[in-house]
Design a protein around this ligand. Structure first.
Ligand SMILES: [Zn+2]
Length: 89
C-alpha cells in the first residue's frame, strides 16, 4: 500500500507573539470547513495534527499559552534549507 501523503511533521514552535509558517498546502483542507478549535468560526486551516484552527488564532493561542505552546500543539512547517549556503554538516 502506498500512502498518498508522507507524515506531516511539524517544525519549530514560534516564540510567543511570533508568526507561524504554514505555507504547506497540507494546512489547507480543500474538502471541508470545520469549526476552529479556538474561535469556533469555520476554517479550512489545519494544524500539523489536523486540528482545525485559523493560523491567526493559533498564533494568538501561542502568545496566550506560551508554556503549553512549547508542547507543540501548533508549530511552523519544517524549514527547507535555502537562502543560506552555510551548510557545513
Ligand atoms: Zn479561529
Amino acid at each position: 500500500m502506498t500512502r498518498k501523503k508522507p507524515p506531516f511533521e511539524p517544525g519549530c514552535v514560534p516564540a510567543p507573539g511570533g508568526l507561524l509558517d504554514w505555507r504547506d498546502s497540507q494546512h489547507y483542507d480543500h474538502w471541508q470547513m470545520r469549526p476552529c478549535a479556538l474561535c469556533e468560526q469555520p476554517t479550512p486551516m489545519r494544524s500539523h495534527s489536523g486540528e482545525p484552527s485559523h493560523k491567526a488564532c493559533a498564533e494568538n493561542w501561542i502568545s496566550e499559552h506560551p508554556t503549553e505552546a512549547r508542547l507543540g500543539r501548533f508549530a511552523s512547517d519544517v524549514q527547507p534549507k535555502r537562502r543560506r549556503d552555510d551548510n557545513h554538516a
